[in-house]
Design a binder for this molecule. Structure first.
Ligand code: GNR
Ligand code: NI
Length: 178
């Protein structure tokens, strides 16, 4: 297993549309294991392959308190979404330090393959439903800040670019201290 690097907004690669996984084989299981490790390491509740620059329909999620119930969704499609919606405060590992409200369906049904290639259909509500919709957006090349106003989005863009420039300048010194 290995940690993968998470792309940060406004990296244009985050807008790539993922293609379906053709076969759930060892290569895909390695990707899944790396994504689960990366998600736990980053303290996230979900991660889409898009965020680690792999443009295939693979998502991992764990909304459990103990962080020991990873859910693997390959080629996931939403088969039903409730008409009822709710606004939740969202964050994203690719948009560090930014949180804002996004309107989502309260409940969804999803059909997907697991890491063994077995088909399953799950119905979700609450945080899991939010997370599934957030991750499937990533696979379409959509980041949650795109639901916000252009003004907010541009402020976020500027802030993150500045932060990334500062991080880059700090890195050599960080390495020396380590
Ligand atoms: O860790 C995450 N938390 C979160 C909180 C509210 C709504 C969605 C999320 S997903 C996010 C991890 C992530 O960026 N997945 O793509
Ligand atoms: Ni995200």
């Amino acid at each position: 297993m290995a940690l993968r690097t998470i792309l940060s907004y406004p990296d244009p690669r985050l807008h790539t549309v993922a293609r379906p996984v053709a076969a759930v084989d060892e290569r895909v299981r390695t990707l899944v294991a790396d994504m689960i490790e990366t998600m736990y390491h980053a303290n996230g509740i979900g991660l889409a392959a898009t965020q680690v620059d792999v443009h295939e329909r693979v998502v991992v999620i764990d909304v459990s308190e103990e962080r020991n119930e990873p859910l693997v969704l390959i080629n996931a499609e939403i088969t039903w979404a409730s008409d009822e919606t709710v606004v939740n405060e969202e964050g994203c590992l690719s948009v560090p330090g930014i949180y804002d409200g996004v309107e989502r369906a309260t409940a969804v049904r999803v059909r997907a393959l697991d890491e063994h290639g077995a088909e399953r259909e799950i119905e979700a509500e609450g945080l899991l439903a939010v997370c599934i919709q957030h991750e499937l957006d990533h696979l379409r090349g959509k980041v949650f800040v795109e639901y916000l106003s252009p003004l907010k989005r541009n402020r976020i863009k500027t802030k993150l670019l500045k932060q990334q420039r500062e991080d880059q300048r700090a890195e050599p010194g960080e390495r020396r201290r380590a």
